[in-house]
Design a protein around this ligand. Structure first.
Ligand code: PLP
Length: 436
């Protein structure tokens, strides 16, 4: 934590979220004022945090031919994508819907790469029509289908094959993707065969190789191991006469949720580039696909305390945000720091389970947290920029939250709070004639 001579204290991992005179601010805007104006639950993002996070990667790649493709699954809100598009980022997409969003946000098509194990033919066609930079192909059947679709489209699809390097990223099992048992990529042992097959297909142009081993990775070692395994393959594939112009090392770098200490992006890349150079591949174009580390600690979710309730085993602090807004605790038992927006308190701190209104015992945001709150107070759920809004749902017919982007002392609404009318718009009762 940094303490300035005034009474401003930045929160750990979130230098743009700070307490001033006891109140939480994002950059130059107090959260309480945003909650008054836009209601709660409300996601608030710091634009500067995102740009700083991007700058750290770019420092690491200084002087190299490298492209940062923001993995937009982390947060695909248009206003967030626009920040990265304007900063010259590419995008890593995993669906036709993400393609449409990226294009709507002003993405340059040639900087879009398309990952994912299950691309449909219409999605492939849309991506070819848009002129995306590369398909990260995840199976041999996908190679055949993409070849067919590309030939029918009169195009050659640029492809990179996602390799499963069988490296343990030492993270939660649901967010490990580079182990033998995971559904992602083509097994290391099949890779050369798959490349030979791809190179022989007339609708495909092999341009690179790709791997992504998992998410919320907090050590450099799994990346270094994966790099060795990928470079072994590059050597073998090129010995078979197939030149790989780019190497894509995926995303996965973790953030500080609760005292986590992932390497800084520039430090990590200094280590990886030294290894790449030592193996003689320093001339290749590099692509990376970071998601969480570009947005995770840019965001907070502001929520209002509805009730406090003593229980026989736990006290409950019931708030108006829930697992449909912030699914990570329910899905992965993930930890988010939770702080009162106004640190003033009421002189009665207690330990609470912070829970939402959804009718599931799994609907909790934080367990056993010491808070000094009453109904009507505001709480901030921290590190809520990644895999929160983009994973939100309408479960219990709850409207999706509003979102605000802050830059300096200015704030802009980038998503209106959803209404029940929005939710009902695409539904209808069955037409009785359908059952006659
Ligand atoms: N690339 C691919 C293929 C992914 O599946 C993911 C997420 O799991 C990412 C990139 C982004 O990962 P992260 O948000 O951990 O950087």
């Amino acid at each position: 934590m940094t303490k300035s001579p005034s009474d401003t204290t930045a929160l750990p991992g979130q230098p743009h979220v700070a307490r001033r005179d006891g109140q939480l601010w994002v950059e130059g805007v107090p959260l309480a004022a945003l909650a008054r104006e836009h209601g709660t639950p409300l996601f608030v993002y710091s634009k500067q945090w995102m740009l700083d996070a991007l700058a750290a990667y770019r420092r690491g790649f200084a002087g190299r031919d490298a492209l940062v493709c923001y993995a937009m699954k982390a947060n695909s809100s248009l206003g967030i994508l626009h920040v990265f598009a304007q900063a010259g980022c590419g995008f890593d997409i995993v669906s036709g819907g993400e393609l449409a969003r990226a294009l709507a946000a002003g993405a340059e098509p040639s900087k879009i790469i398309f990952s994912g194990v299950g691309k449909s033919r219409p999605e492939m066609r849309a991506a070819l029509a848009a002129g995306i930079g590369c398909f990260n192909v995840e199976s041999e059947e996908e190679l055949d289908v993409l070849n067919e679709v590309a030939l029918a489209h009169g195009a050659r699809a640029k492809v990179s094959i996602r390799i499963n390097p069988d490296v343990d990223p030492k993270t939660h099992p649901y967010i490990s993707t580079g182990l033998k048992g995971n559904k992602f990529g083509i097994a290391h042992s099949r890779a050369l065969h798959a490349y030979r097959h791809a190179a022989a297909l007339p609708g495909l142009e092999v341009t690179g190789i790709d791997c992504h081993i998992g998410s919320q990775i907090t050590e450099a070692a799994p990346y270094l191991d994966a790099m060795e395994r990928v470079l072994d393959l590059v050597t073998a594939i090129e010995a078979a006469g197939i030149r790989l112009a780019h190497i894509d090392f995926g995303g996965g770098l973790g953030i500080d949720y609760n005292g986590d200490t992932p390497p800084a992006a520039d430090d990590l890349w200094r280590q990886l580039l030294a290894r790449l150079d030592a193996r003689g591949f320093g001339d290749r174009k590099l692509i990376i696909e970071p998601g969480r580390s570009l947005v995770g600690n840019a965001g907070v979710c502001v929520t209002e305390v509805l009730f406090t309730k003593p229980g026989e085993e736990h006290n409950f602090c019931i708030v108006d945000a829930a697992m449909n807004d912030l699914p990570r605790p329910a899905m992965y038992q993930a930890f988010h720091r939770i702080e009162a927006v106004d640190a003033g308190g009421h002189g009665a701190p207690r330990r609470y389970d912070v829970v939402g209104p959804v009718c599931e015992s799994g609907d909790w945001l934080g367990r056993d947290r010491e808070l000094d709150v009453r109904a009507g107070d505001l709480l901030a759920v921290l590190s809520a920029g990644a895999y929160c809004m983009s994973m939100s749902s309408n479960y219990n017919t709850r409207n999706r939250a509003a979102e605000v982007l802050v830059s300096g002392e200015r704030a802009a609404l980038i998503r209106q709070r959803e209404t029940v009318q929005d939710q009902l718009r695409s539904e209808s009762v069955a037409d009785p004639s359908a059952f006659r």
